[in-house]
Write a protein that binds this ligand. Structure first.
Ligand SMILES: NC(=O)c1ccc[n+]([C@@H]2O[C@H](COP(=O)([O-])OP(=O)(O)OC[C@H]3O[C@@H](n4cnc5c(N)ncnc54)[C@H](O)[C@@H]3O)[C@@H](O)[C@H]2O)c1
Length: 368
């Protein structure tokens, strides 16, 4: 394996997030090039490969891992596959970029971290909010003291539900909207406050509109209490109409800032006739809409993957790691337990013999 020139990347998966990875490497191409893609449905990987000029296509990702020159592999497959894929990639001696949420169980998370450490490869956790330019700017200001002592950080992500059927099947996803999108907010608050110890977790969740499709929650409110006295408030919804909404608020004794990922950059638009695309998951482009521009850039995806490639070359240290992914997963477990019992849950929290976070909500009598 050469360790000069652009990092050679393989992508596992060929649909939604795989497209975002491929496009992100195209937007910031100087540190990495995608040379292979693997996805099981015949024709799908070919389609992505054709769009992005990716030379090698596989239906079995293990065959892709046998290619000597691939150095970094990004996982954009459903959540229940992340652990085994990470272990296979590490055993093949390649660096790993794992999409959120990290995996289904804390045992898996520990094994992923341990295997990558033992094999001498990086385990990088794909949390793009650590790279989103507007949110990075908010953190820079906080670090410069703009808000004084920060006592409350809020993050919320809302839309009307995911695009692929596996997200709705809790056996494959591990949970509902908290698992899917709350993992961003948990990571964000933790990172924004410089990773203080998390003392307690409270959570309320319910299913308001999608009970025909899923056992999972479609709305959640989660509160983190940090050891330094600060609070994180994370709101997520799959029940909110109107396309993707992603916001932060930061409150300190000396100031405040508000960030709206999309609306803050959008063009308030009225169109009688409609047009091609407004924003992720927007159901229409007619009447009043808020078309975004540079969508992936504003999320920080290109910056994230560019940074990970630089880490592979030893030019930077990973800013989002397997350890971060594990912290988020532990909070997810505590949050489902809190929602199931109506109590606040103290960390560390390590339930034994539980297969997925949502079981701690679904199996609690106190839901009745
Ligand atoms: N960071 C973000 O904001 C973000 C956004 C969307 C999705 N994601 C994450 O990315 C992952 C994928 O989500 P998605 O929206 O792309 O889902 P998707 O359903 O659009 O695509 C999943 C892909 O995984 C492939 N796949 C399934 N089984 C496989 C196997 N055994 N081997 C190889 N490939 C397999 C499918 O063929 C498909 O190409 C999830 O973990 C999701 O949480 C992250």
């Amino acid at each position: 394996m050469s360790n000069k020139g652009r990092v050679k990347v393989g992508i596992i998966g060929s649909q939604f997030q795989a497209g975002i990875h491929a496009e992100s490497f195209r937007i910031m191409p100087d540190e990495a090039e995608v040379i292979a893609v693997a996805s099981p449905t015949p024709g799908n990987a070919e389609k992505l490969a054709k769009k992005y000029g990716i030379p090698r296509v596989f239906t079995d990702y293990k065959r892709m891992l046998a290619e000597d020159d691939i150095e970094m592999v990004t996982i954009t497959a459903p959540n229940y596959l992340h652990a085994q894929m990470t272990i296979d990639i590490a055993n093949a001696g390649k660096h790993v970029v794992c999409e959120k949420p990290m995996c289904m169980t804390l045992e898996e998370a520990d094994l992923m971290i341990e295997t990558c450490r033992r094999k001498g490869v990086l385990l990088m956790f794909a949390e793009e909010l650590f790279f989103a330019p507007k949110y990075v700017r908010a953190k820079q200001m906080a670090d410069e003291g703009a808000f004084g002592k920060v006592y409350l950080v809020k993050q919320s992500e809302k839309h009307f539900g995911p695009h692929a059927p596996w997200f709705w099947d809790v056996e494959l996803s591990g949970g509902g909207v908290l698992m899917d999108m709350g993992c961003h907010g948990i990571a964000f608050c933790y990172w924004f406050l410089d990773r203080p110890e998390i003392k307690n977790v409270y959570c309320q969740m319910s299913t308001h509109v999608h009970s025909d499709k899923t056992k999972g929650e479609d709305n959640s409110i989660c509160i983190l209490e940090f050891a330094n006295g600060a609070v994180g408030l994370i709101e997520d919804s799959w029940a909110r109409r109107g396309g993707m909404d992603d916001c932060i608020e930061v409150y300190g004794e000396g100031g405040v800032t508000y960030g709206n990922m999309h609306m803050g950059n959008a063009l308030p638009t009225y169109s009688e006739y409609g047009y091609g695309y407004a924003v992720e998951k927007a159901p229409t482009t007619q009447c009043w809409t808020y078309p975004v521009f540079e969508e992936l850039w504003n999320y920080g995806f290109p910056h994230e993957l560019h940074h990970f490639a630089r880490c592979v070359r030893g030019k930077e240290e990973p800013k989002a790691t397997g350890e971060d992914g594990r912290v988020v997963l532990e909070v997810l477990y505590a949050a489902y337990k809190s929602a199931g019992t109506g109590r606040k849950i103290k960390l560390p929290f390590r339930p034994e013999g539980i297969k997925k976070p949502i079981d701690l909500w679904l199996n609690e009598d106190s839901r009745e």
